[in-house]
Ligand binder design. Sequence first.
Ligand SMILES: NC(=O)C1=CN([C@@H]2O[C@H](COP(=O)(O)OP(=O)(O)OC[C@H]3O[C@@H](n4cnc5c(N)ncnc54)[C@H](O)[C@@H]3O)[C@@H](O)[C@H]2O)C=CC1
Ligand SMILES: O=C(O)[C@@H]1CCC=N1
Length: 257
Amino acid sequence: MKTAIIGAGNMGGSIARGLAKGSIIPASDIIVSNPSQGKLDALKAEFPALQTTHDNQEAVTGAEFIILAVKPWLIKPVLRELKLKSKQILISVAAGISFEELAQNVAEKEMTMFRIIPNTAISEMESMTLIASRNASKEQEQLMLDIFNQMGLALLIPEEKFSAATSMTSCGIAYVLKYIQAAMQAGIEMGIYPQDGMRMVAQTMKGAAELILNNDTHPSVEIDKVCTPGGITIKGINELEHGGYTSTIINAIKKSV
Ligand SMILES: NC(=O)C1=CN([C@@H]2O[C@H](COP(=O)(O)OP(=O)(O)OC[C@H]3O[C@@H](n4cnc5c(N)ncnc54)[C@H](O)[C@@H]3O)[C@@H](O)[C@H]2O)C=CC1
Ligand SMILES: O=C(O)[C@@H]1CCC=N1
């Protein structure tokens, strides 16, 4: 399944690496296009079978999948220059660019399209990837889920839920990292070295995520297990609430929509 990736930045580069490491699309089927050479050289050094080019049209010619991973404001000009065939499958990574806008910029308006939103943990094969489809068969949807489930966890959702879910997951990873940073700052004030604190908090966060994902439990159940009546955790939990923790997170996630 020849796959063209347009843009070799954070997303395009990570998707190329994830695909090449996975078992569905071999590296020799992947061609990545980018204007500058450095990122292409880095990809080629890791996966010698992968092909690279500076010419977007050369990349997409004959490709079954075309993954658009340029900045949102470049989607329109890049798409308008491409000559796409009705049988090709267009996959856009651009946040905030609707199927309707994509369709307006291609000749084949009814072609199969997907929108995907990974987060930056895709570089670790631990992305939460959102997928929406347009004019796709069940088999094509399943293939997309299979591909992106190899790079973490993938979920197919309707396009109208995309911006809310993007805020929770793709922007959300920055909010989660912000918690790690804040907890580290507290540790530093109390004499914990930043490098030690970073590992302590990151492993704590990974453990919290594993508790939820492995047991299908609810955060309130897990929080209850930590909070000994009259103990120390509930003092911190109540302080978080006095400081508007829950409300601030709700507002932050809604602000990014
Ligand atoms: N960074 C993130 O966390 C996420 C980004 N996205 C979306 O992914 C898309 C790409 O974002 P990033 O990878 O972060 O940006 P980036 O700036 O790291 O990568 C974009 C790449 O496109 C290349 N490029 C520029 N003009 C080009 C052209 N005419 N043809 C081919 N390549 C060209 C750039 O040289 C660069 O390597 C954006 O649309 C963004 O909304 C989606 C989810 C998460
Ligand atoms: O901040 C942004 O616009 C991009 C899209 C989702 C995550 N980062």
